[in-house]
Design a protein around this ligand. Structure first.
Ligand SMILES: O=C(O)[C@H]1O[C@H](OP(=O)(O)OP(=O)(O)OC[C@H]2O[C@@H](n3ccc(=O)[nH]c3=O)[C@H](O)[C@@H]2O)[C@H](O)[C@@H](O)[C@H]1O
Length: 605
């Protein structure tokens, strides 16, 4: 801890400061040194109060305020005999009370013989405590204690004690130092980096700091583990794929892995189960996959050793790379998590893939957000993507460029899919449709953005795309991906490099999304309409999917109302089974009959 304490001095020009008892600054904190301080305070209480009065201040790195500005003073003779607390306590008490000289003297007061006894300790500590090069205390303990200090300290700062009886004076000093100690302790606690509250997400927000959630399954390797990996990746249909799905415990990942597994592809999941949002939801998705025979390895895409091992154990034909740091607005909170996952993580994966033998074809999740400030609608793959509006978008755009490098140099087959606001059962709690549902049910207000004006758009709209349509697009992209051509780390010929929009092609205003949720939940939303802040959001998205239609046979078929109905049904069953039961009964009594447990045809259940 470099701590500087400034005590009003006789020479100070600022009278107001003189009146202050103690001014201090903590440049940084260190528990060890603070504990020294506490220890020294203990010494103070054991020692003669008047004697150690100055000494204790010096221990703490107390400096006269504006010390450098004051006139040079005659040097003070200090002895450097070793500190001997017990001896010190035995020494005769210093004069105090009415007998002590009262008037401030312009000449230095000779140091009390008791004071030097403590100086060696002060000398060793002061530089540490003050840390201010050239400061009086930093220059060396006792010499830094200037004569006026004593004058002011004894005659101005605590004048009343001179008129008290000895016990009263002792008590007042005790009280004074107690207050000082408590203030310092409080300041230490507040300013200590370790105890300072970590940046937290807003209350009830699913977002938290991004850390892989600890799990007993987080270790990997060994014969049993390899057996599980092989079994999960085993292909069960003729000409089926063996697919490594990264982000398999994520929203799109779990649906896609389940769909691939259903048709007999070999699927191995990989996920680091980070706590960007509720890890229980991720574990729930992984548990569903486990029931259908898909093992999700608990590991990080940035773990090159793990990736090499996986490619060593399984000759994957494909990688569906969906692991990423998602969310547009969260990039304001934790920008580095986007760089780590979407840039460094992607490179780690591509490195492993290019070194693998055989090289897999890679299909990966880019985003509609790469269109950024593009105003040419509907967004086509040929439109500009060089004006991202968020760091999330920028990292996805960077990913597209990085992918091109690996295609160009190593012959990796690469397909980027630009997803447009995907929603559905088992969705992401950080997305608006999800937390709007949660907040509407809880009776909490929701913030609905409206256009900030100035653009040709008047309402904020999204091309909301249902999860089943996205999964179909992913599977089609895997099925049509040409082979990677590299081997032994060298390109052997040109390999496919593709980019597709996967959207719904019909943008819906966010206000209409809320209308639909109100209807489905049978609860009126408390809307707080605000101008869209500059948080990375764009006012409007609309996919042109003609390329995906032509080359992948992609045809989105779920409108927002139908998709939201499936989402709401799942949400209620998952979070509010009692409410779901009531709705079912209500629907039954209206002659509609009970519905299935989950409306998603590609349900991961
Ligand atoms: O397709 C993408 O590329 C991205 O889609 C998704 O981003 P978005 O389209 O922004 O979805 P989402 O957050 O659900 O906000 C929806 C709407 O609600 C508005 N919105 C949002 C919050 C709020 O409090 N109020 C509000 O009106 C908001 O202004 C917006 O108009 C993915 O999260 C992202 O990872 C990425 O994949």
């Amino acid at each position: 801890m470099a701590a500087t304490f400034a005590v009003p001095q006789a020479g100070d020009s600022n009278e107001a400061d003189r009146g202050g008892l103690l001014r201090w600054q903590l440049a940084c904190s260190d528990r060890t040194l603070f504990s020294h301080f506490l220890h020294l305070q203990g010494e103070y209480y054991h020692a003669n109060v008047a004697t150690v009065d100055c000494q204790a201040e010096t221990y703490c790195g107390l400096q006269t305020k504006s010390a450098e500005a004051r006139q040079p003073q005659p040097p003070v003779e200090t002895k450097s005999k070793p500190f001997a607390p017990s001896k010190k306590r035995q020494q005769p008490k210093r004069r105090r009370g009415p007998n002590r000289p009262q008037s401030p003297s312009p000449t230095p007061e000779p140091r009390d013989p008791e004071v030097p006894a403590a100086l060696p300790r002060i000398e060793g500590m002061a530089p540490q405590l003050t840390g201010a090069p050239g400061s009086a205390a930093a220059a060396g303990g006792a010499a830094a204690v200037k004569p006026q200090f004593h004058h002011y300290h004894h005659h101005h700062r605590l004048p009343p004690r001179h008129h008290h009886t000895a016990p009263a004076s002792f008590l007042s000093k005790l009280a004074f130092w107690s207050v000082c100690s408590l203030s310092l302790l409080l300041a230490f606690i507040l300013l200590s980096p370790s105890s300072a509250p970590a940046p937290r997400a807003a209350p009830d927000s699913p977002r938290r700091s991004l850390h892989a959630s600890p799990s007993p399954a987080a270790s990997w390797g060994g014969a049993a583990w390899e057996k599980k990996v092989r079994a999960s990746a085993r292909v069960r249909r003729p000409r089926g794929h063996s697919v490594l799905v990264t982000g398999a415990a994520g929203f799109v990942g779990c649906h896609a892995a389940a769909a691939l597994r259903r048709r007999g592809d070999g699927v191995l999941g990989l996920d680091n189960f980070n706590d960007y949002y509720d890890t229980a939801l991720k574990r729930g998705r992984a548990a569903l996959l486990a029931r259908s025979g898909v093992y999700v390895v608990d590991g990080d895409i940035a773990d090159s050793e793990l990736l090499a091992k996986l490619f060593d154990v399984v000759p994957f034909t494909h990688v569906l790379h969906l692991a990423a740091q998602a969310g547009v607005r969260h990039a304001l909170v934790d920008p580095m998590s986007y760089v780590r996952a979407n840039v460094a993580g992607l490179v780690a994966l591509l490195e492993a893939a290019r070194a693998a033998n055989p090289q897999p074809a890679i299909v990966w999740a880019s985003s509609s957000s790469v269109y950024g400030l593009n105003s040419h609608v509907p967004f086509s793959e040929h439109d500009r993507t060089d004006r991202p509006a968020s760091l999330y978008a920028a990292t996805k755009k960077a990913g597209e460029e990085i992918a091109h490098v690996y295609n160009h140099i190593y012959g990796l087959s690469l397909t980027a899919l630009r997803f447009f606001t995907v929603y559905g059962p088992w969705g992401r709690p950080d997305m608006a449709y999800f937390f709007f549902t949660r907040d509407i049910l809880a009776g909490r207000p929701i913030t609905v953005y409206e256009s900030a004006g100035g653009s040709h758009q008047t309402t904020i709209s999204r091309d909301f795309t249902y999860i089943d349509d996205i999964v179909k697009g992913c599977v089609a992209a895997l099925d049509t991906a040409g082979r990677s051509t590299g081997s032994g780390g060298k390109k052997r010929g040109p390999a496919p490099f593709r980019t597709y929009n996967l959207g719904n092609t019909s943008p819906v205003p966010v206000t209409q999304l809320v209308d639909l949720l109100e209807k489905l939940l049978k609860v009126k939303a408390v809307r707080k309409v605000v101008k869209m802040p500059r948080n990375g959001d764009v006012p409007y998205t609309h996919a042109n999917v003609s390329l995906a239609q032509r080359e992948l046979g992609y045809r989105p078929s779920t409108d927002l109302q139908t998709g939201l109905k499936k989402f709401v049904r799942w949400y209620l069953e998952y979070y509010h089974p009692d409410l779901a039961q009531k709705q079912k009964q209500h629907a039954g009594s209206n002659g509609k009959g009970p519905r299935g447990q989950n409306g998603s045809s590609s349900s991961a259940r």
